[in-house]
Design a binder for this molecule. Structure first.
Ligand SMILES: [Zn+2]
Length: 95
């Protein structure tokens, strides 16, 4: 089962594409910390990505290593982000 998430061209620009969310707890402190939930693969120029979440999955828990908090995120809060940063060898996928 997959959910489709649409990114803007700017968001999806970058070689390595991730599913990500902005930490709510950090945001309350005025800090923008985007954490990666899942590595989706190398970019092929698409802006629409299939996220391996069942359509009825309403929330995903995400641990933020900046503040150590785990918060819940709805599907609408999950973004697709491309960066030039390859997944580190110790990258932990969160779903
Ligand atoms: Zn945080």
């Amino acid at each position: 089962m997959f959910a489709l998430i649409d990114a803007t061209k700017e968001q999806a620009a970058g070689k390595y594409v991730y599913c990500a969310a902005e930490c709510k707890n950090c945001k309350r402190d005025g800090v923008s910390k985007v954490s990666f939930l899942k590595y989706l693969g190398q970019s092929d120029g698409r802006t629409m990505y299939e996220i391996p979440l069942a359509p009825f999955t309403l929330v995903v828990s995400m641990y933020c290593e900046a503040c150590g908090e785990t918060s819940k995120y709805s599907r609408s809060e999950i973004q697709v982000i491309g960066t030039e940063q390859a997944p580190p060898s110790d990258f932990v996928e969160q779903f």
